[in-house]
Ligand binder design. Structure first.
Ligand code: ASP
Length: 327
């Protein structure tokens, strides 16, 4: 009996031992897209909000862009499972599971799920030079001129790629536009403003300030209903209202650690994430850009994983219908 007790005690101590010295160096949030885009933005705001609950630890962002986010995700899947290298990624975690026949990681097996961060609508936007000011004008213009236009996205499997695919398939304009892949929608936005590309669908966290500043034209939001409580985005119709039955696309961001990260380290990270998600400054910054910080059970590791698993199933149907593979 004594032996069993002693063993149980040692096991309990060693299970808790990892978190004691954690973090022992800066924590890196790997963003699988270029700097300046919406995934980068949420990671930087989160890094700021998680610093305090992690005892003042330094939390830095590293951009590991390419292949629609799969390069950065693979990097984290292979990183040391000690809690110091984490992934902040979006719906691509679910979309790439169907878009890529070969992935360098297994979405549901190679990560510890730490919790979800936000839900973000998307906006269909165009270069300022486009001769359209309403969604109707825009759709008609693309019907007539699609072959001459470019659609920017952040790589195969990215949110902007997914949205572009789904929109073109919903309006039966499959592959009307030439697609141009960037390493993130930060750099793509610069080219859209400059008129080197014509159309993009991207998270409101990247587009709101540009729409407000008149640097791009906005035509519609991708949520089922218009964003009636947002001071700027409320003025744009939803694609459903414009006749695209059932169109409803919201992007979400979440945080992951490599598989095998000690349970107590995962708990420490999830606790810090929960504090950050209640930080009034973080919530305000997100809301101003049209995003909603997650408050339901998807902030728990189990809720997060169950949600991603259901998104994989849901997106598979949409991606199969669009008939596209990335590889
Ligand atoms: N918004 C991008 C996407 O289309 C990625 C990014 O730069 O955050 O997936």
């Amino acid at each position: 009996m004594k032996k069993i007790l002693a063993f149980a005690l040692t096991a309990a101590i060693s299970a808790g031992a990892f978190a004691q010295g954690f973090p022992s160096k800066p924590i890196t949030l790997v963003v699988p897209f270029a700097a300046g885009g919406p995934t980068d933005l949420v990671a930087r705001q989160l890094a700021e909000a998680m610093r305090k609950p992690l005892g003042g630890a330094s939390v830095v962002v590293e951009n590991a862009a390419g292949a629609g986010g799969t390069i950065g995700a693979a990097k984290v899947a292979r990183a040391a499972p000690d809690g110091h290298t984490l992934l902040v990624w979006h719906i691509g975690m679910a979309a790439t599971a169907s878009l890529y026949r070969k992935l360098p990681y297994k979405p549901l097996e190679d990560f510890e799920y730490l919790g979800m961060i936000n839900d973000v609508p998307m906006t269909l936007i165009g270069a300022p030079k486009l001769p359209a000011s309403t969604y109707r004008d825009f759709e008609n213009y693309i019907r007539a001129n699609g072959g001459k236009l470019n659609l920017a996205h952040a790589g195969l499997g990215s949110a902007s790629h997914l949205c572009g695919l789904m929109w073109q398939s919903a309006v039966k304009l499959d592959k009307a536009m030439t697609t141009i892949a960037y390493r993130g929608t930060g750099p793509a936005m610069n080219d859209l403003i400059g008129g080197q590309v014509d159309v993009m669908c991207d998270q409101t966290t990247n587009t709101t300030a540009q729409i407000e500043g008149g640097r791009v034209k906005a035509f519609a939001v991708t949520t089922a209903k218009p964003l009636s409580t947002h001071k700027l985005l409320k003025d744009y119709p939803s694609l459903q209202e414009m006749g695209l039955k059932g169109f409803n696309l919201t992007i979400w961001h979440a945080m992951y650690a490599p598989k095998g990260t000690p349970a107590d380290v995962q708990k420490k990270l999830n606790d810090a994430l929960l504090v950050a998600l209640k930080d009034p400054d973080f919530i305000k910054k997100q809301n101003e850009l049209g995003a909603i910080v997650v408050t339901d059970n998807r902030v728990t590791p189990a809720g997060h994983k169950a949600f991603v698993s259901s998104e994989i199933t849901k997106l598979k149907a949409a991606i199969d219908a669009a008939g596209e593979f990335a590889d």
